[in-house]
Write a protein of this length. Structure first.
Length: 397
């Protein structure tokens, strides 16, 4: 049995949590110093000791824990986790039945009723990501629950927590049979090589599935495409399969070269007919302007925070300037795919960054499409911060 602690909420947080808000923060608790051992079940009450909700203590960048139930008698045990997993499996039934896609999110933390843990599905393998020591204490119960309610070949994990909030390198294999990597998965008929045993990243960001599909089906044909902060080149692959005249992928990480070559190769695309550059994106913008290069489509999907030898980039401070750099090398009537995964602001503010860039340059634009998280990335309607992805297809007028 897990330890249980009764702790009082302040008046404001009592109203929010009773109303459905799932995050427990330091500011919401009357006696934060009573929290000692992560994984402790928290019985949350109002100042008069009346039950409000039950959750667990687990430190992560968002807060100190998550609400799991508002039923006083409901136990947070393996049976509880099984019920949550069964609901999640039911909601993804269409994904399991899709012959063209076998990589998607199966369980999305608080969106599926258990904040701090996510489960991705990669062609019969589960990848569990843990975001605090507190939620990691439920590992044995969750793995047993998966065995009881789901069919799979194997389970891998990513421990995305330590005192500095960094990824913990470890043997990521958990249960079942070990995979052979790269594992080739499908997304809307496109192949991607992924690794469940090689550091924090797998090789593809599943939340951009609908954006890649839009680029492939509606925008790429006959176009020149620049993919900045390209990681493993997934957007470039989608564009090439969609008939792009040529793609250019730019990323500072040295391993992005081999990873991008691999993604082209598993789709039968001659990578030598594409440009793959390992260099600072901001230096590339200068190079492109100097060479008077322009592109029909420019894809901007930077990390929320990045640092190179010469530049520090923060989405909230620097996206407007990044957008200006992109506008300068985009053809008239071209399209900029502006994306951010920062949860610190909403779509309205993001559109403000875009608008400011065009206003400063005296240019006109039209937002032709916008995307947020796809349906497998289920979001709690009471926790809008969970819908972190913001993507705008911006056409230069």
């Amino acid at each position: 049995m897990k330890k249980e602690l009764t702790i009082k909420l302040n008046d404001k947080s009592k109203v929010e949590i009773a109303g459905g808000y799932p995050l427990i923060t330091k500011d919401s608790l009357e006696d934060i110093d009573s929290l000692k051992e992560e994984g402790t079940i928290l019985k949350l009450t109002d100042k008069q000791g009346r039950f409000v909700a039950k959750g667990y203590y687990g430190n992560q960048n968002k807060g100190v824990g998550w609400v799991l139930t508002r039923k006083a008698e409901e136990e947070v045990d393996q049976a509880f986790i099984e019920r949550k997993l069964i609901d999640a499996l039911r909601r993804r039934r269409d994904f399991f039945n899709d012959p063209d896609t076998n990589a998607f999110r199966l369980f999305n933390g608080e969106g599926d009723g258990f904040g701090g843990v996510i489960i991705d599905y990669y062609d019969e393998y589960f990848l569990v990501s843990w975001y605090s020591e507190g939620v990691y204490s439920f590992k044995e119960q969750l793995v047993a629950a998966l065995h009881n309610v789901a069919d799979f070949k194997g389970i891998y994990e990513k421990k995305r927590f330590d005192t500095k909030g960094q990824y913990i390198e470890d043997d990521d294999f958990v249960a079942g049979e070990r995979g052979e990597f790269p594992l080739i998965v499908k997304e809307n008929g496109v192949n991607f090589a992924i690794y469940l045993n090689d550091g924090a990243m797998t090789g593809i960001f599943l939340d951009q599935r609908e954006v890649r599909q839009a680029i492939k089906e509606k925008y790429a044909e006959g176009k020149t495409v620049l993919n900045t902060f390209s990681y493993t080149g997934a957007f470039s692959v989608a564009a090439a399969i969609g008939g792009a005249a040529k793609t250019t992928s730019v990323d500072l990480a040295k391993r992005s070269n081999a990873k991008t070559i691999e993604q082209f190769s598993v789709n039968g695309i001659d990578y030598e007919s594409q440009d793959i550059l390992v260099m600072d994106v901001f230096n590339y913008f200068k190079y492109a302007k100097r060479k008077e290069l322009k592109f029909d489509i420019v894809i901007l999907d930077p990390p929320s925070f990045a640092r190179s030898k010469k530049y520090t980039f923060s989405t909230s401070k620097d996206y407007t300037n990044l957008m200006k750099e992109a506008i300068a090398i985009t053809e008239d009537r071209g399209v900029i795919v502006a994306s951010t995964n920062s949860a610190s602001f909403g779509m309205k503010k993001f559109k403000g960054f875009i608008g400011r860039a065009f206003k400063d340059l005296g240019r006109k634009y039209t937002i032709v499409e916008e995307y947020s998280l796809p349906p497998d990335f289920r979001v709690d309607p009471k926790f809008s911060e969970g819908n972190y992805l913001k993507v705008l297809f911006v056409k230069l007028n």
